[in-house]
Design a protein. Structure first.
Length: 115
């Protein structure tokens, strides 16, 4: 499967994939399925000009739900999705709801404005 660079993953990449399943590889021999449940721009922070740089500050987060019988510790994981290929994300467990642990990945970076 193709590898996707992290800088190609944008809010617009994730929004249409809400509800999709992703395979996550905590180690070389096992995987766990997480469902993308939310893709949200940080209110007041996203896509603003970064003063003096000519760049745009891009800030958003994605939330995934995973099974409640296996907690993934905070860390970097390989994700795989049929449409996106393979990519790495740093996720943090942020909560638990009935039947699921929840994980968040935060994107906060400077990018070239699109013309």
């Amino acid at each position: 499967m193709n590898k996707t660079a992290i800088d190609q993953l944008k809010l617009e990449t994730f929004v249409p994939l809400v509800g999709n399943k992703f395979q996550v590889y905590p180690d070389a021999v096992s995987s766990i399925e997480l469902e993308l449940t939310e893709a949200t721009e940080f209110s007041g922070h996203g896509n603003k000009p970064a003063p003096g740089t000519g760049l745009i500050q891009e800030s958003f987060s994605v939330i995934f739900d995973g099974p409640d019988d296996r907690l993934l510790p905070q860390g970097m994981y390989v994700f795989e999705h049929g449409g996106l290929g393979r990519f790495e994300l740093f996720i943090v467990p942020v909560g638990r709801k009935p039947g699921a642990f929840q994980y968040q990945a935060v994107f906060n970076r400077l990018v070239q404005p699109e013309h």
